[in-house]
Ligand binder design. Sequence first.
Ligand code: HEC
Length: 361
Amino acid sequence: MKRALALALALGVRDAAAEPRQVAHWLRYVAVDYPGAVRQGQVIQQEEFDEQLALLDRSLQELRAAGDREVLYKRVQELRALVEARGPEAEVGARARGLADALLLGEGLVVPAGVSLERGKAIFARACASCHGEDGSGDTALGRTLRPRPADLQDPVLAEQRSPLGVALAVEWGIPGTAMVPRSDLSPGERWDVAFHVLSLGREGAKRPAGGPDLSLQELAWMSNQELRGLVLAVGAPRAEAERWMDGYRLALPGGAASAASQGRWALREARLLAPWDRAASAAAVGRALTATASLRREGGALPGALAALTPQASAEQLAEVELALLRASQPRQAHPDLERWWLLPPALLMLLWLLRWWRR
Ligand code: HEC
């Protein structure tokens, strides 16, 4: 167990106010790191495993103090039991993330327009690279002296579970008992810049990143790589193209306002996450989805049918189906012009030369 955290728990030290964002951060941390602690029912990293249980205990303490979150409290208890029983990685991850998201929805975490990967890279070099290295691998002189070592931000297993939101929260709250301390010197906007940059690590050299329906910044911020890949495959990306689409989503961020379809999807996602514990809030979110997609319902095609069948009492599965229908009906995202079209140039020039010669004959 990480020492400071162990101490805090032993002494019963608690922060003054229950902070939903902080609890959500711990739950997300469990979601990301559990596969590094338990694999196929076996503890492979005892320290990590103990830390996860401690974070869940601490979350329960906070939720109990908050008082008004009984259903959530019970679900976190169930999650703790599942972790203690060394349950399946996928299930722990999905449950922990679902709980965290439900907590975060009430927090109004809106990603500001104009998030910049370029700024994020500069912030990373200044504020993170001393430990994590410019490439995120964590192999630095300072990093080697730390226990635990800085996370390898390129590790493919951990990267699957990572999202810009998760990184932004890690930067805001730090990771208890490690050298990764909260960074109140960075503004919320800077935290988003650097978080999106972290998700682009290891992809920078990608050729022709592009493809896929347009997703809003907000959607991209909340989705882990795993979720994003699942969605890319669900809308029918050929397997060979899926990674190229992923590169596109992480390297070329959308600039403009969110489309009607994407606003609708976002509201449906809220409805789906809230459905298990707050029917009224979930129903209100369905209402917002219907308002946001009013223009789409007037057009023809399969989508209006799916939307018309939507009711405030829809189950999580039904909501997910309509989300997918909205995604399928979305405009393809605007490819990054420099990255997408340059390869057309050489064949186009060759064609022109060939035509010129043909005319001269
Ligand atoms: C003083 C060294 C140090 C600095 C500076 C630092 N980190 Fe960390 N970071 C760590 C350590 C150590 C861990 C590992 C914690 C663990 O193993 O539980 C970590 C973990 C993380 C994680 C969690 C990895 C995961 O599992 O998802 C993220 C994300 C992260 N750091 C991002 C950043 C970003 C972004 C910055 C700059 C704003 C930064 N770090 C600055 C030391 C540092």
